[in-house]
Design a protein around this ligand. Structure first.
Ligand code: UDP
Length: 313
C-alpha cells in the first residue's frame, strides 16, 4: 500500500485517478482548490478510511504530515475555455505549483508524476506526435499560458530528476473524455453531446477538418498507473491513436444520439492545432499498455452521464 498525494484530485481526470488508487488498495491524500474541480467528483470517497481531501491551492506552501510515496501533480485548468478564463492561475499552477509539489516529493523521498499534455507539441509539424518531437508552440498566443506552463513544468521536473535524483515521470495526456467532464467546460465532447441532447446546433469550429484522437478516461488512468509504477524517467504519451476530424466527430455524436440538430460552423479559435494523434509505441512497448475501450462504448457511458447531469439541473 502506497501513500499517494494527488493534486487537482477533485477534477475530471484526477478524481478517476483517486478512485483507481483507492480500488488498488492505496491511501490517497487529495488536494484541490476547487477552481475548476468539484467535490461532487469525490463525494463518494469522502468517508473512506484511506481517502483524505484538503482544499488547498498548491501554488502555496504544502504541508503534509507523515510519509508520501508518490506525488501525482494533476492540478491545472485544462480545457481551452478554462485556461483562457484563468490564464494567470494556469501559469502559476504549472510553474509555482510544480515547484512546490516537486519540493514536497524531494522532502518525502517520493516519486513524482507530472500530468503534462499533448499541447506541449503545439500545432504540430510532425504527425503523429512522438515523444522526441519538440513541438511548435506560440508562446505569446492565448493557448501559450497552458502550453508554456506545462513545458516549464516538464523542464522543472527533469531538472529535479537530474539535480536531485528525484524519480520523475511525465505523462503527456492527449484528448480524454468520460463521465465527470463539466458540461460547460467548452471542450468538444461535452459541447457536442450537450448540444445534441438539448436539440441545439452542434458548433463546429473552422471547417471541422482539424483532427483529434479521443481516449476514454479509464484507459488513460490505467496507463498513468502503469507509468507511475514503472522505472521510466522520461515523457510518455498516453492517448488513443484513433484519429478523426471534428466534423466526423459531430456526425458520430448525431448518429449515436439519433439527433436532428443541425451543424453550424463557427470561427476556428486562434492557434487551434490542425492535427493531433499520439504515437503510443513507447507506452505499448515499455509499459505494456494500450487503450481498450472503443470510442462508441466510451461515448455511450459519457452520454449517460451527461443525460443525468442535464436532468438534475
Ligand atoms: N471544437 C469545435 N466545437 C466546439 C468545441 C471545440 O469544433 O464546440 C473543436 C476545437 O476547435 C478543436 C477540437 O474541437 O479543434 C477539440 O477542442 P477541445 O476544446 O475539446 O480541446 P483541444 O484539443 O483543442 O485542447
Amino acid at each position: 500500500m502506497k501513500t499517494c498525494l494527488v493534486t487537482g484530485g477533485a477534477g475530471f481526470l484526477a478524481s478517476h485517478l483517486c478512485d483507481f488508487l483507492i480500488e488498488k488498495g492505496h491511501r490517497v491524500i487529495c488536494l484541490d482548490n476547487l477552481l475548476t474541480g468539484s467535490t461532487r467528483n469525490i463525494e463518494h470517497l469522502l468517508g473512506h478510511e484511506r481517502f483524505k481531501f484538503y482544499k488547498h491551492d498548491v501554488t502555496e506552501y504544502i504541508f503534509v504530515e507523515g510519509k508520501i510515496d508518490i506525488v501525482f501533480h494533476f492540478a491545472s485548468p485544462a480545457s481551452p475555455r478554462d485556461y483562457l478564463e484563468y490564464p494567470i492561475q494556469t501559469l502559476k499552477v504549472g510553474a509555482l505549483g510544480t515547484h512546490k509539489t516537486l519540493g514536497l516529493a524531494k522532502a518525502k523521498g517520493a516519486a513524482f508524476i507530472l500530468a503534462s499534455t499533448s499541447e506541449v507539441y503545439g500545432d504540430p509539424l510532425v504527425h503523429p506526435q512522438k515523444e522526441d518531437y519538440w513541438g511548435n508552440v506560440n508562446p505569446v498566443g492565448p493557448r501559450g499560458v497552458y502550453d508554456e506552463a506545462k513545458r516549464f513544468a516538464e523542464a522543472m521536473a527533469m531538472a529535479y530528476h537530474r539535480t536531485h535524483g528525484l524519480d520523475v515521470k511525465i505523462v503527456r495526456i492527449f484528448n480524454t473524455f468520460g463521465p465527470r467532464m463539466r458540461l460547460r467546460d467548452g471542450r468538444v465532447v461535452p459541447n457536442f453531446i450537450g448540444q445534441a441532447l438539448q436539440n441545439k446546433p452542434l458548433t463546429v469550429y473552422g471547417e471541422g477538418q482539424q483532427t483529434r484522437s479521443f481516449c476514454y478516461v479509464l484507459d488513460l488512468i490505467r496507463g498513468i498507473y502503469a507509468l507511475a509504477f514503472s522505472s521510466l524517467n522520461e515523457p510518455v504519451n498516453i492517448g488513443n491513436p484513433n484519429e478523426m476530424t471534428v466534423l466526423d466527430f459531430a456526425h458520430l455524436i448525431k448518429k449515436l444520439l439519433k439527433s436532428q440538430s443541425p451543424i453550424v460552423f463557427e470561427p476556428l479559435p486562434k492557434d487551434d492545432p490542425h492535427v493531433r494523434q499520439p504515437d503510443i509505441q513507447k507506452a505499448t512497448t515499455l509499459l505494456g499498455w494500450k487503450p481498450e475501450v472503443g470510442l462508441e462504448e466510451g461515448l455511450s457511458k459519457t452520454i449517460e452521464y451527461f443525460k443525468r447531469e442535464l436532468s438534475s439541473v
